[in-house]
Design a binder for this molecule. Structure first.
Ligand code: BG6
Length: 547
């Protein structure tokens, strides 16, 4: 069920007069919890505070976070530092509790030390001993694997104890930072041990990608998760949506009059969405080999960017309105074929990354020397809507490319008439609006301008907005924003099950085509991808931007 679908409001029996199933009962309990919460919030409303004023800091209410897969890379590099940063900014409640769950034989003190190490290297906010001391009081570890009934029972006992001693109030978010193969076990255990639902408080599950490897497997996973947690309690992470610049797409389009009226096929020739990384895949074979660039980031981050650029204006920014606009545009999107001509894929070989000589994918530790996994993917998409019909959206991503950059470029059509002499506009290209997602976050407009002098000659110039120059505030790390949102039940920045399934529906035909056609083309590390990617755009009379 999606957040946008009607629920079985006000009834404990199932829809269509059938007897209530456990899922119906869970939904009813969930609705009651949500009503109780709304009433509680209303009772505590500060009459001097404007509820619509989004500038007020949003502070999570009493709650705790359990992280499964806490010894993994993501937890160490992103989640634990984000928790500290939230505490440091004063956005977590006083009795906030963090429970790590894993197989290591760690005591509370051992885990505290691990968290401290992760935080010290990576937190964005300055070190404050006092903040750490308070946070550390609420840090706990439970040892066990995902099939261990006893360990989950101990986890349940611990959460109940913390509800009493630290005032977490039965409000728990479970962060599944584990491969999807483990989702069934963890969900089953959360249900069996009574952790998934409770008489008091809320229970939510936060899920990391990859969410399946095609549409069918995503549907299966959704069924497994939704059998235990109603969709309103499921928060699927796409960390790109937590990035400041990605949220700025909505501000740029819908807070201004200058841009959005031009976002359509009358003015836009095509759109290029690029996510380039200079890093290689050493150390990530376990996750990446057999997955590849399209599944790793195109299915989620890049298609989400496409949805935000192409969607219609939501009625409001509440989660269901925003998600339904994204879903609408994803439903209208499909991969454009024939794929032999409209897509390209590559795999990096040894080369120079700046001044460093680096290995090719097939020589990286852990990768199959015969690996066919693509580290570069480019594809063409079309949107069947009045606004976008006929405008190709070219998406590309790759590892070991020239440099790290994520950007969305809207390339305009040529002016319908140029009242200049031959040669006067020869040095002018198409106008371009570039949203620089990272690094060097900002927005750039490229347009023609007269070259000073007595002759009329037009050449391209840049008008550049840079976040770091315009604002003094530093953007929070995406995971900080998303963890806080999950604790606050603010679902706008989390894709729903339907969005995930739609994205796979869009991508699957390309993946099937690639699976049946040989191996990816080679490209040397440090370059901008395989020649076939340039040829793909050249066939349409276009070229990739060199960011
Ligand atoms: C992850 C991918 O989702 O995003 C990684 O799995 C990728 O392969 C990462 O490196 C990039 O994130 P960011 O925020 O550095 O652009």
């Amino acid at each position: 069920m999606s957040r946008t679908e009607p629920t079985t409001q006000g009834r404990t029996d199932g829809p269509d007069d059938r007897p209530a199933t456990p899922a119906d009962e869970r939904r009813t309990a969930d609705r009651r919890t949500s009503e109780r919460r709304t009433a509680a919030r209303a009772a505590w409303t500060n009459p001097l505070r404007d509820p619509d004023d989004r500038r007020m800091p949003r502070i999570a209410g009493p709650s705790g976070l359990v992280i499964f897969g806490v010894t993994g890379d993501l937890a160490r590099k992103k989640l634990l530092p984000a928790v500290y940063d939230l505490a440091n900014r004063g956005l977590l409640p006083a009795g906030f509790s963090l429970i790590g769950y894993g197989r290591r034989d760690w005591s509370k003190a051992d885990f505290e030390e691990q968290v401290l190490e992760a935080v010290k290297g990576r937190a964005r906010t300055p070190w404050r001993q006092q903040v750490w001391d308070r946070l550390a009081e609420g840090i706990f570890f439970v040892r066990g694997d995902f099939k261990d009934d006893d360990a989950f029972d101990r986890l349940a006992d611990l959460t109940r104890e913390l509800d009493e001693t630290r005032g977490t109030g039965g409000n728990w978010a479970y962060y599944l930072s584990v491969p999807p193969d483990y989702f069934p076990d963890v969900c089953h255990q959360l249900e069996r041990s009574g952790l998934a639902a409770g008489a008091d408080g809320w229970r939510r599950v936060v899920i990391e990608k990859p969410f399946g490897h095609d549409e069918a497997s995503a549907r299966e996973l959704n069924e497994i998760v939704n059998a235990v947690f109603p969709e309103s309690a499921v928060f699927r992470i796409d960390h790109y949506l937590g990035k400041e610049t990605v949220q700025n797409i909505m501000a740029l389009r819908f807070a201004n009059q200058l841009f959005d009226p031009l976002f359509n096929s009358h003015y836009i020739d095509h759109v290029q969405i690029t996510m380039a990384e200079d890093i290689g895949l050493g150390g990530r074979a376990g996750y990446y080999d057999g997955i590849g660039a399209a599944r790793d980031v195109m299915q989620n981050h890049l298609l989400q960017l496409l949805a935000l650029i192409a969607m219609e204006e939501p009625v409001t920014f509440n989660p269901s309105e925003l998600q339904s606009e994204k879903l609408k545009v994803l439903r209208a999107t499909s991969a454009v074929g024939p794929f032999a001509r409209t897509t390209a894929r590559g795999q990096y070989t040894a080369g120079w990354q700046g001044s460093e000589q680096v290995r090719g994918l097939r020589e990286e530790d852990g990768f199959d020397p015969e690996s066919r996994t693509e580290t570069y993917a480019a594809a063409t998409f079309g949107i069947n809507s009045r606004r976008w019909a006929g405008v190709p959206f070219y998406l590309r991503t790759g590892k070991r490319l020239g440099r790290r950059v994520t950007e969305i470029a809207l390339v305009f059509k040529e002016a319908p008439h140029l009242p200049f002499g031959p040669g006067q506009t020869a040095a002018q290209g198409n106008n371009v609006l570039v949203i620089r997602v990272q690094p060097d976050e900002g927005v750039l407009m490229r347009f023609g301008s007269k070259v000073p002098g007595s002759a009329m000659e037009v050449r391209d110039v840049n008008m550049d907005f840079s976040y770091s120059e315009a604002f003094t505030e530093e953007s929070p790390e995406a995971y900080e924003r998303l963890i806080l949102d999950a604790l606050l039940d603010e679902a706008s920045l989390f894709p729903t099950n339907e969005e995930v399934e739609e994205s796979w529906r869009i991508l699957d035909p390309i993946l099937d085509h690639w699976a049946s056609t040989g191996r990816p083309d080679d490209y040397p590390a440090g370059t901008w991808g395989p020649d076939s990617a340039d040829a793909m755009l050249a066939r349409d009379g276009r070229a990739w931007r060199r960011p």
